[in-house]
Design a protein around this ligand. Structure first.
Ligand SMILES: O=C(CO)[C@@H](O)[C@H](O)COP(=O)(O)O
Ligand SMILES: [Fe+2]
Length: 236
């Protein structure tokens, strides 16, 4: 089974005045995925960016070989899914509480050519996965309550990650199909190895990367990303 670790910088903490350059810098420093947080001031108490911005960064993401991972914190979710698929999203995840018909929303994401995923808040049960594993490409566990960057990692997430990993491994044994396990919220170079040991393979990090002290290196994110990679290397 593939044990690749992927780092997904959340651009919520990037400098929006120079977003294209930020994405180039952060991906070329050794990360893999642009994590794109969409908040609607309804499902979560904050308002961020939409399909226009996704479309604006798609060429840059393509140039540096990064996938765009759209995390929808939007309710209801179905109406906005096609707009993000059109705007260049590669992965679209949503919260089960934000969909009237989870199976239908997952199928819609796939039908539009994107990878699909379900997002679990800290208090949301993994049982939402029970009848939809075949339609899921990624499971995203929130390790903070959604709505803001810069919050503290909730330690109970480690136990939940182990449960999600067990589900994914059992599913892999049965079908041979890989499902990614992403974690989002409060991830940093100090806790990333422990989170990986609990079963995550894809790590969203916003403030830890974009808020890292200015590097002497030409690329300001090299140091923090190398620290994360070095911690992850102890896990393999
Ligand atoms: O989805 C969210 C928050 O709702 C996240 O993607 C955060 O933006 C991650 O930020 P940090 O906790 O890493 O600062
Ligand atoms: Fe997110």
């Amino acid at each position: 089974m593939d044990k690749t670790f992927r780092i997904a910088p959340s651009i919520l903490s990037a400098n929006f005045a120079k977003l294209g350059q930020e994405i180039e810098d952060v991906i070329t420093s050794g990360t893999d995925i642009v994590h794109f947080d969409v908040m609607d001031n309804h499902y979560v108490p904050n308002l961020t960016i939409g399909p226009l911005v996704c479309d604006a960064i798609r060429e840059t993401a393509k140039k540096v070989g990064a996938l765009i991972d759209v995390h929808l914190m939007v309710k209801p979710v179905d109406r906005i899914i096609p707009d993000f698929a059109k705007a260049g999203a590669n992965i679209i995840t949503f919260h089960p509480e934000a969909s009237e018909h989870i199976d239908r929303s997952l199928a819609m994401v796939r039908d539009l050519g994107c990878k699909s995923g379900l997002v679990f808040n800290p208090a949301t049960s993994l049982s939402y996965l029970d009848h939809v594993m075949d339609k899921v490409d990624m499971i995203l566990l929130m390790s903070v309550n959604p709505g803001f960057g810069g919050q503290k990692f909730i330690p109970e997430t480690l136990e939940k990650l182990k449960l999600a990993r067990a589900r994914i491994d059992a599913y892999y044994e049965k079908t041979g199909r890989q499902i990614w396990l992403e974690v989002d919220g409060g991830v940093n170079a100090q806790n990333i190895a422990e989170i990986a040991r609990a079963g995550a393979d894809t790590f969203v990090a916003g403030s830890a990367i974009f808020g890292s002290p200015k590097d002497t290196d030409a690329n300001r994110y090299n140091t923090v990303v190398s620290e994360m990679r070095a911690s992850l290397a102890t896990v393999k």
